[in-house]
Write a protein that binds this ligand. Structure first.
Ligand code: ATP
Ligand code: MG
Length: 242
C-alpha cells in the first residue's frame, strides 16, 4: 500500500486533473484498489468528476472521531474499485490549530485495504498540505514548465526534506514547446531541483473541455495526448505498488 500526496506551489497547475486520471487508470487498467482523497475544495472536485453521491465528508470525520475514514469512502459511479473521500468545505480552519487530527484521520486509510491512495492537496504550503505530506509515504509534484514552477518545486522539496518525505517525482503539466527544447529544460530542471521528472503532460485542449463538462479526462478521452502522458506516469506509480 502506497500513499502519495499530490502537491504544487501554485494553484491551477493540474493536480486535480492528474490525480483523477491517474486514479482512474490505476483502477481501470491496473486493477488496483485506489482511494482518492479530496483535501482541497476546487471547482472540479473529485466527487463531482466521479459522480459520487455522499452525505459524510472528511470535514465531518475530523469533527467526530467516531466517523472513520472507511465510513466516508464512496465508490466512483463507473468503477467500484475507485473510492473517493469527499472533503466537504475547506479544511483549513479545523486543521490550522490542530494538524494532527488530519494526519491521524488520513493514516486510517491503511486499514481500508486499498493499494494506492492519492491525496489531492491544496496549492501552496499550509497546515493541510503539511498534514497531507506527513500522512503520506511519498509526494508527487505537479508544476508548470516555467521559472515559477521550478521555484515552487524547490520550496516544496525543501519542506519535504524537513518532513523527511521522499518524492516519487515531478510531473510537468500543460507543457507547450518543441520536443528538443522541452527535453533540455527537463534535464536542467532535474539538475536544479534534484527530483526526477516522472512525466510531461502536454497542453491539450480536451483537458479544459473535460474539466468544463465535469468529465474524467482518462475516461472520456483515453486516446488524447494528455491521457497518454498520464498513462506513462500511472505505469511508474503501478511499479512502485506491485
Ligand atoms: N495539460 C493541460 N492542458 C490544458 N489544460 C489543462 C491541462 N491541465 C490542466 N488544465 C486546465 O487547467 C485548469 C486547472 O486544472 P486543475 O483544476 O486540475 O488544477 P489544480 O492544480 O487542481 O488547481 P487548484 O490548485 O485550484 O486545486 C483546468 O481548467 C484544467 O482543465
Ligand atoms: Mg485542485
Amino acid at each position: 500500500m502506497l500513499t502519495i500526496a499530490v502537491i504544487s506551489g501554485k494553484g491551477g497547475t493540474g493536480k486535480t486533473t492528474i490525480t483523477a486520471s491517474l486514479g482512474y487508470i490505476l483502477a481501470s487498467e491496473y486493477k488496483k484498489k485506489v482511494c482518492l482523497i479530496d483535501a482541497d475544495v476546487g471547482l472540479s472536485c473529485l466527487t463531482r468528476l466521479f459522480k459520487v453521491s455522499y452525505t459524510l465528508t472528511l470535514r465531518d470525520a475530523l469533527k467526530d472521531p467516531a466517523i472513520k475514514l472507511a465510513h466516508i469512502m464512496r465508490p466512483a459511479l463507473s468503477l467500484q474499485n475507485l473510492l473517493i473521500v469527499p472533503s466537504g468545505t475547506a479544511l483549513h480552519d479545523l486543521v490550522a490549530s490542530n494538524p494532527k487530527i488530519l494526519v491521524s484521520k488520513l493514516l486510517e486509510v491503511s486499514q481500508s485495504g486499498v493499494d494506492v491512495t492519492l491525496i489531492d492537496a491544496p496549492a501552496g504550503i499550509s497546515s493541510v498540505v503539511i498534514a497531507s505530506m506527513v500522512a503520506s509515504d511519498k509526494y508527487m509534484l505537479v508544476e508548470e514548465l516555467n521559472p515559477w514552477g521550478i521555484d515552487a518545486a524547490l520550496k516544496l522539496k525543501s519542506l519535504a526534506e524537513r518532513l523527511q518525505k521522499p518524492s516519487i517525482g515531478l510531473v510537468l503539466n500543460d507543457v507547450v514547446g518543441w520536443k528538443g527544447t522541452v527535453r533540455r529544460a527537463i534535464r536542467s530542471i532535474e539538475e536544479i531541483v534534484g527530483i526526477r521528472v516522472l512525466g510531461v503532460v502536454p497542453n491539450d485542449k480536451v483537458v479544459r473541455k473535460a474539466t468544463m463538462r465535469l468529465e474524467v479526462l482518462a475516461e472520456k478521452y483515453p486516446k488524447s495526448k494528455a491521457t497518454k502522458a498520464i498513462r506513462e506516469v500511472a505505469k511508474k506509480v503501478a511499479e512502485l505498488v506491485s
